[in-house]
Design a protein around this ligand. Structure first.
Ligand code: ZN
Length: 258
């Protein structure tokens, strides 16, 4: 079975020491590609370093994470925008709005989000959305665009059926499912069961959101089949179907060949 991790921060320092080991475990588990969402200016060189090691396995994105939108965000965005002219990135990400950690930056988070959505349209690239306690604010921004111009992934989806329906109504978005589906309390499986397969992609969001039974430990891409198994169970489909469909969806949204 072939799998794809559409969202992992495995370039962070906590993955450095045992790099060969976790990469081997990911490949043994059937991982074909791992997509790396950027965070801030400092993470750019970490992502580059990992991608240079194995450019067909690690695929970079470029963008400013909503939690890192600070007063100097305009300069940061100027630098990031320039990076698209120097290197190729498969997506703008991760971008969005986070009202869990800091509500005071909402106005500049919205500005930064809009500017990066504009890049994705100019560059004809998908964008990867981080939405935490912020679906309404995100939808409000997206509703100002022509939906035909919008494409990407709502990463680490933990919303309601209504929110999933709203995402699907734009037409160009995939829904990223991660370790939260293995947490019984989240009841995410009840929402996922009604999302058609054509909208689903898998992700770990490593090192965060580790699936059961490894919860509490560092997350890693080799756990993707555990998440896939939970999706298979929720939807009453075979593991093979989940692997095939989510892999095809991921390659389609990032416009890559297997
Ligand atoms: Zn992330």
């Amino acid at each position: 079975m072939k799998w794809i991790d559409t969202h992992a921060h495995v370039y962070l320092p906590q993955f450095e020491e045992d790099q060969q080991e976790w990469i081997s475990r990911a490949k043994e588990a059937g991982l074909e590609k791992i997509y790396l969402p950027n965070i801030d200016l400092e993470s750019v060189s970490l992502i580059n370093a990992l991608c240079e090691k194995d450019p067909s396995f690690f695929i970079p994105m470029m963008g400013l994470h909503p939690c890192d939108v600070k007063e100097n965000y305009k300069e940061v965005l100027t630098e990031m925008r320039a990076a698209f002219n120097q290197k190729s990135f498969v997506a703008v990400g991760e971008i969005g709005i986070d009202l869990y950690w800091d509500k005071t930056t909402l106005p500049i988070q919205i500005e930064a989000f809009k500017e990066q959505v504009n890049w994705s349209i100019e560059l004809d690239l998908p964008f990867v959305i981080h939405a935490r306690d912020s679906f309404d604010e995100i939808f409000e921004v997206l509703d100002t665009y022509n939906p035909n111009e919008l494409k990407g992934i709502f990463h680490c989806f933990t919303g309601t059926a209504e929110q999933a329906n709203k995402i699907m109504s734009y037409g160009g978005f995939m829904i990223g499912i991660g370790g939260v589906i293995t947490y019984d309390k989240a009841k995410l499986d009840e929402v996922v069961k009604d999302i058609p397969m054509e909208y689903l992609v898998l992700e770990t969001d490593s090192p965060f959101l580790t699936p059961k039974p490894y919860r509490g430990k560092r997350n890693e891409s080799s756990y993707i089949p555990i998440i896939g198994a939970r999706v298979a169970e929720a939807k009453g489909l075979s593991l093979n179907t989940i692997a095939e469909q989510t892999t095809a969806n991921a390659l389609r949204i990032f416009r890559q060949n297997g």
